[in-house]
Design a protein around this ligand. Structure first.
Ligand SMILES: *Cc1c(COP(=O)(O)O)cnc(C)c1O
Length: 410
């Protein structure tokens, strides 16, 4: 048997040819380059399951938190820690944590903060899978849920109970883009009830909920934070004692992210400011230009005066609310959504958002599919709605493409 992966060849007979090989040599023990006096400009990827600990004293010191170190990647890894610290800094929060997906972060929050017979207050218009998660917690673990409209913070007064463990809202709701007034919500709550904010749609470039009174903010980093449509990841930031508990849950339930995904998101964050600025500018222009097209029955964007959240949005988000734009197409009898998708062959139908490219989605059959027709209509989600997630293409190119499609379906 030959242990050298390259294998000996007639030209390169390998160490065996000249005599017995040192029996301590094995490729499984190699791969660490000799020490260098320089360090890489981009962070390395620590693609490892475990870390070698020098001795028992160091193990004790890491475990008790007196020195920083990693032991096992399910618990922590330098790529997780780097990303968690970056997110905490961007959010102006005490501490951060990383999860395998946005749903990992949401599940971690429910598992950590809400137990049997506890009560939580949730926005009526949460991301579809978060609502399903809450329903599962209700059925399996007896969690009691009150649903409310986060654009109406006074509702919290009558819903709060002594068993209320948290209030959960999104900065901007999907797909009709109602904007939560985070400070007003926080003011309604006693210190013992954390306000938790899913800020996936807005990112810390547009709003930093922890500075407005929220205790915890979380994101699907699969969306804008990574920003390139190639990673599943979740992050949370907030009060240190809450984050510590979330990290323990992530370790126990195996929710931690992989080092490579954390590294990719860290790279994506390098351009977050640039991307969000361009995406907001493009979206604002598209909203103003497309709203009066005859093929558009209604266009939802919070910075247009006819949107119900206009006053809150123009106060909280003067530069933009992100890249989501929702359009109700006119002409229901011709199934305009089907026509739109067929004609818009340069703009993919993709049931996600916040890719670098512009994508469209159909809320009635994707994000809100699990609701009944009546439930969907009560939320205002008709079959004729399409949700546009604006990407990094130029505004001129996108205007041309959308107007050309709309011209043809009318
Ligand atoms: C996508 C999304 C999630 C879920 O995140 P994943 O990374 O897909 O698990 C949660 N909240 C919002 C608002 C989202 O858009």
């Amino acid at each position: 048997m030959n242990d050298d992966p390259a294998g000996p060849s007639p030209e390169n007979p390998g160490p065996q040819a000249s005599g017995r090989r040192d029996s301590r040599i094995h490729p499984a023990r190699m791969g660490h380059p000799a020490g260098s006096v320089t360090r890489p400009g981009a962070p390395p990827i620590y693609q490892t399951a475990a870390f070698d600990v020098p001795d028992l004293e160091v193990l004790d010191a890491i475990s008790s938190g007196t020195v920083i170190g990693d032991i096992y990647t399910r618990d922590s890894n330098p790529n997780h820690r780097a990303l968690a610290e970056t997110i905490a800094l961007l959010e102006g929060a005490e501490s951060g944590a990383v999860f395998a997906s946005g749903m990992g972060a949401a599940a971690g929050i429910f598992l950590t903060l809400a137990g049997q017979n506890d009560h939580v207050i949730l926005s009526r218009s949460l991301y579809g899978k978060t609502m399903q998660l809450a329903a599962e917690m209700q059925q399996k673990y007896g969690l009691e849920i009150s649903w409310f409209d986060p654009t109406n913070p006074e509702q919290l007064r009558v819903l709060l109970k002594s068993r209320t463990r948290f209030v959960l809202v999104e900065t901007v709701s999907n797909p009709l883009l109602n904007v939560a007034d985070i400070s007003a919500l926080a003011e309604e709550l006693p210190d013992s009830v954390p306000l938790i904010v899913d800020a996936t749609f807005t990112t810390p470039e547009l709003v930093r909920p922890c500075l407005l009174g929220a205790s915890l903010v979380f994101h699907s980093a699969s969306k804008y934070l990574n920003g390139h449509g190639d990673v599943m990841l979740g992050v949370a930031a907030g009060r240190a004692e809450l984050i510590r508990k979330l990290r323990d849950t992530a370790s126990l339930f195996g929710q931690n992210a992989g080092p490579f995904e954390s590294w990719l998101c860290q790279r994506g964050l390098r351009t977050l400011g640039l991307r969000m600025r361009q995406i907001c500018e493009t979206t604002n222009v598209l909203a103003r230009q497309l709203r009066s097209h005859p093929a558009v029955r209604k266009l939802y964007h919070p910075l247009l005066p006819d949107h119900p959240s206009y006053p809150t949005a123009s106060r909280l988000y003067p530069r933009g609310t992100g890249g989501i734009l929702t359009v109700e197409l006119a002409g229901s009898q011709n199934d305009p959504v089907r026509q739109f998708m067929k004609l818009a062959d340069t703009i993919p139908f993709s049931p996600t958002l916040a890719d670098a490219r512009t994508t469209i989605s159909h809320p009635a059959t994707t994000s809100h599919r699990f609701l009944s027709d009546a439930e969907r209509l009560s939320l205002g989600i008709t079959r004729d709605l399409i949700r546009i997630s604006v990407g990094l293409e130029s505004v001129d190119q996108l205007l041309e493409e959308f107007v050309s499609v709309l011209d043809q379906i009318h």
